[in-house]
Design a binder for this molecule. Sequence first.
Ligand code: HEC
Length: 494
Amino acid sequence: MNRMLVKALLAVAVLLCCLLMGMAATSDTPAATTNVTYNKDVLPILQNNCQVCHRAGEVAPMAFGSYQETRPWAMAIKSAVLSKKMPPWFADPRYNHFSNERKLTPQQVKTLVSWADNGAPEGDAKDRPAPVTFVDGWNIGKPDMVIEMPTAFPVPAEGTIEYQYVVIPGNFKQDTWVTAAEVRPGNRAVVHHVIAFVRPPGSKWLKEAQPGIPYVPKKERSEARQNQNPEGGQRQGEGQQQQSQGPRGQRRGDGGITDAENLTGYAPGLQPLELRDSAKLVRAGSDIVLQLHYTVNGTAGADKTRIGLVFAKTPPKYRNVTLLAPTRDFAIPPQADNYEVKSQVQLQDTVTLVDMMPHMHFRGKDFVYKITYPNGETQTLLSVPKYDFNWQLGYTLDKPMVIPKGSRIECTAHFDNSPNNPYNPDPTKEVKWGDQTWEEMMIGWFSVAVDPKVDTAGLIKFEKPGTKGDANSAEQNTQPQSGAKASSTGSGSR
Ligand code: HEC
């Protein structure tokens, strides 16, 4: 009894204390917990949720390491976490769980808000947790192979720079399984995004490019000249791309895996490739192709980007393949504020879905992935209700899903070409597919794990959105077998 009384009294005392401190520190704090300090409460949250980006040399422009570094950002932190701007994460929580989810608990948000509201005190140094040690440089561990641009690309102080492609001979003597890959820009001030592709031997893609020399494919050169929009390629992010002459642009019906495969990339929010029990196959004699998007910032600079690869120590059980459901035929009318574009592919074999990554440009508004199983049941796989082009996020399923042969992946995107879209460079323009950021793209990237023996080139069939039933009714019939017959492998359907 006595102990309870003491406890109760203590609680009251603490409460009073808090109230008084709160009143002293700020005028308009609603019921804040006030003994929150940087050292004791805030730093652990920052270490676990923010420092991955907010530290020297990483993607965020300011570091949240020391108290001195963090203190000026207290109010900005409060508003960023209340508005859910930070940490960046855009999946609707109603659909699926993702292993790379970034999220604060309501309690953590409260802690950060209270801290800011109460004058952002530092607190006692002895409460401070040990600093988290991040790997300096590579986040994927020590790479087995590092491939660097042979010569630096000079970035001028001003102007629009077309996408540069650098073909780097990989010198792969044998078929190699890659479990992790990371792009490290040489100069983050000018590198906007990078995508690393694996170009297998025999591919004709960028055949005319000299190894190691930054190259601009002809189509892009003329396109860029026609579209002299100084804003477009510069301010905002740009992520996974499809190039006009590239592995995916050439033919409709090309799965993007026959001429080259997307390996990994660098863009705000994008995490390096790190596979769990699968690996990507890099065939002997393959080259690495870097697609680089440089942005000017008023000061001339130079960049030498590198890519690091970690090899599987033993042959993997599964091969990871990046596939895509794109639609290139669309024209978004001027001023349209909710223009819908759909894409659809049908799986020609049973696969395990690992992750998804929607891609659009400035006018992208929302993006949904759905699956229709062979038995007709449907399920939402990922919904990104507020797509933000500045963030190129991939969503890795917490529990990879078995998708039976014959299932369809259907993507629905909306575009906002109205003046209400703050990123819209020009609401008066009709917008079509194109590489540059002021043009548009609609790609539902996804990666799957398959038995290494599966023929990945024929893994998906591109269909006209809305196609149902037997595969023979599909627009592009690249595979003889019918999807509808394949419903016996229904293990993944729900
Ligand atoms: C995936 C990387 C990443 C993570 C994780 C991340 N940030 Fe950021 N943050 C950025 C980048 C990049 C910017 C600058 C671009 C922008 O403002 O959108 C930024 C900007 C900010 C800003 C400035 C916002 C403004 O309006 O000026 C604040 C404050 C912030 N982050 C707080 C946080 C906090 C707090 C966390 C953890 C709870 C966090 N961030 C996690 C990458 C990240």
